[in-house]
Ligand binder design. Structure first.
Ligand SMILES: [Zn+2]
Length: 115
C-alpha cells in the first residue's frame, strides 16, 4: 500500500502513527490513530493523532478541515466506549510551548473520568 503521509523522522507521534513503536493502538483508520497517554493525570486520557504530520493548530490549512472533524468525531465515539460520554470530558488542543504543547505533532486530548 502506498503511504499517503510523509513522516518526520524524529517525531514520536509520526513513529507511533506509522506503527514503529509498541504503543497499543485503541483505534485507527486512514486519517488518525488513538492511544492512551503514557503519563495520564486523569482516569481517562486518550490522544487522537492524525497520521499527517502537522506541527500545531497554528499550522492547519484549509485542506486539513476534514482531519479536524474526524479527530472530534473519533473522540466522541471513544468517550462513549470508555464510559465518560454521560459524565463528561474535555477535548483539548495545546498550542505551542506557552499552551502546554510538548510534542510538536498536532494531537487532541480527551480527558475525563471524574464523577
Ligand atoms: Zn509527526
Amino acid at each position: 500500500m502506498e503511504e499517503p503521509y510523509t513522516m518526520e523522522s524524529d517525531c514520536l507521534f509520526c513513529k507511533i502513527s506509522h506503527g514503529q513503536t509498541p504503543t497499543e493502538i485503541l483505534f485507527e483508520n486512514d486519517t488518525l490513530v488513538v492511544f492512551k497517554d503514557i503519563n495520564p493525570h486523569a482516569p481517562v486520557l486518550l490522544l487522537f493523532v492524525p497520521r499527517k504530520h502537522i506541527r500545531s493548530v497554528n499550522d492547519l490549512t484549509d485542506e486539513d478541515q476534514g482531519i479536524l472533524s474526524e479527530l472530534i468525531v473519533a473522540a466522541k465515539k471513544m468517550a462513549k466506549e470508555h464510559g465518560v460520554a454521560k459524565s463528561g470530558y474535555k477535548l483539548i488542543f495545546n498550542v505551542e510551548r506557552g499552551g502546554g504543547q510538548v510534542i510538536f505533532h498536532l494531537h487532541l486530548h480527551l480527558i475525563g473520568g471524574w464523577h
